[in-house]
Design a binder for this molecule. Structure first.
Ligand code: FE2
Ligand code: FE2
Length: 281
């Protein structure tokens, strides 16, 4: 690790694009349940592409709404604020994350599919365990690996060294930290901080591989940690880079998760992700 490398990584975080414009405008409105449908429509009317995609996704088999939705107002009524927020985030973050990521050997679409699978898994987990106050978990899970967009190029430069550590049993994120002085989870937390997301979301992303080190607002990081494992169980994600089972036991205990239920929830995740991918294509 060199100070120069750390400096270059910090510069890339600084230069990383802001949150997509329409998402930045819609997010505060969708998080405030006192917002009105007119306020949402007044923003969406300037973004016909996003509006069309909202309607396409709302009408997909993923949501299973029997009526054909033809307006944003109808979508708000039938989906509700929380689901509309999920739809908007999923659509708005797609162009950013649907890229080839060097270093992590992720072809175009792989990071995006993994992120969607983990966000669906997180929602299934929250519902199954009846975890309260976890409205933001979908967004945290969707963005948990966003740091790879920056760190990919740096990992590529030192891939041999990182991979030789991984073959000795060191987890990928720890190898990143040892070689680069930081890892993709920490950089992801910095991106979310730059985008002014709440502290719980920043923390969830920052500690998704090491939830034991989280010391504040850690419920979301526990959920994203398990959801990440579920996402990989569904076949979306690289086991050698993303799986760190040493924390799983304590996290499952804290969440009240019986490990024997994991397989079933991963299967539900796989079924739902398949529906989402079909409608997304
Ligand atoms: Fe990760
Ligand atoms: Fe991941």
């Amino acid at each position: 690790m060199t100070n120069r490398k750390i400096y270059r990584i910090a510069l890339e975080v600084e230069a990383f694009p802001g949150m997509p414009t329409t998402a930045a405008k819609l997010l505060p409105l969708l998080e405030n349940h006192d917002s009105t449908a007119s306020e949402i429509e007044s923003i969406l009317k300037y973004d016909p592409g996003l509006t069309a995609n909202i309607l396409k996704l709302t009408n997909s088999a993923y949501f299973g709404i029997p009526t054909r939705i033809s307006s944003v107002r109808q979508a708000i009524v039938l989906l509700g604020w929380k689901r509309l927020l999920q739809v908007v985030m999923t659509i708005c973050m797609s162009p950013l994350m649907n890229k080839t990521i060097p270093g992590y050997d992720l072809p175009r679409g792989a990071l995006w599919q993994h992120s969607v699978a983990v966000s669906v898994a997180a929602e299934i987990l929250v519902n199954a365990l009846k975890i309260p106050d976890a409205d933001e978990v979908f967004t945290a899970a969707l963005l948990h690996d966003v740091g790879k967009l920056i760190l990919g190029g740096f990992v590529k430069e030192d891939l041999q060294q990182i991979e030789s550590m991984v073959t000795k049993g060191i987890t990928f994120d720890v190898a990143e930290s040892m070689v680069l002085g930081t890892n993709h989870a920490e950089i992801g937390g910095q991106i979310l901080g730059k985008w002014c997301f709440p502290a719980e979301l920043v923390s969830a992303v920052q500690w998704h591989h090491d939830p034991e080190s989280c010391d504040e607002s850690c419920n979301l990081s526990d959920i994203v940690h398990v959801a990440n494992t579920m996402g990989i169980m569904t076949g979306f994600g690289k086991i050698d880079q993303e799986l760190a089972l040493e924390h799983f036991g304590p996290v499952a205990d804290r969440l009240g998760l019986a490990p024997e239920n994991l397989e079933d929830m991963a299967q539900q995740t796989a079924d739902r992700v398949k529906k989402l991918m079909v409608s997304w294509a």
